[in-house]
Design a protein around this ligand. Sequence first.
Ligand SMILES: [Zn+2]
Length: 203
Amino acid sequence: MNVIDKLIEHFRRFPGIGPRQAKRFVYSLLTSTDAYRKELSALILELKNDIAVCQSCFRFFAVNGNGKNLCAICADPNRDKETLLIVMRDVDLENIEKSHVYRGKYFVLGGGVPILAENPEKNVRTKDLLEIIKKMSALKEIVMAMSLTAEGENTEEYLRSILSPLSSERKIKLSTLGRGLSTGTELEYSDSDTLKNAFKNRS
Ligand SMILES: [Zn+2]
């Protein structure tokens, strides 16, 4: 395999990238300057040095060398500890946070459960989620904020199955975002007003 083919294979691993797009990336790199490629490779190498996974919500965050293991949201004592909002990906959390409709805690699943997945617990951070919920003694409501896609709905169904026993035992309300979101909507692309309504109409 030559360098071009190897790079195409690497780009294909990115979410939503097919072979044709991967090839376009590589050809675009071929026409870029040495300086650009140098900077890109240096940034890729640096990426993990400055980024950590938050030990509460499990999102990626920039640590700036302060050695903290909690992100700014989780470290904020003023966040409402009675609500936990579960999203599939970091970008979903960022979008909801940007809309300012929510002041509680978050949990990032790290992906979704594909339809017919044989081991759904391996597709998302199941164990970490249950651990975090166990630690949240004041918890009153869990909001499942999934994308309105087949994968999102399947993930919601899976979450319901693992959280229902806990929810009835500890009297924690399990809710989902209202249907202000239209079918096929990825949460990361929803605007603030839509999110506001979806959050208000959760049930
Ligand atoms: Zn966090």
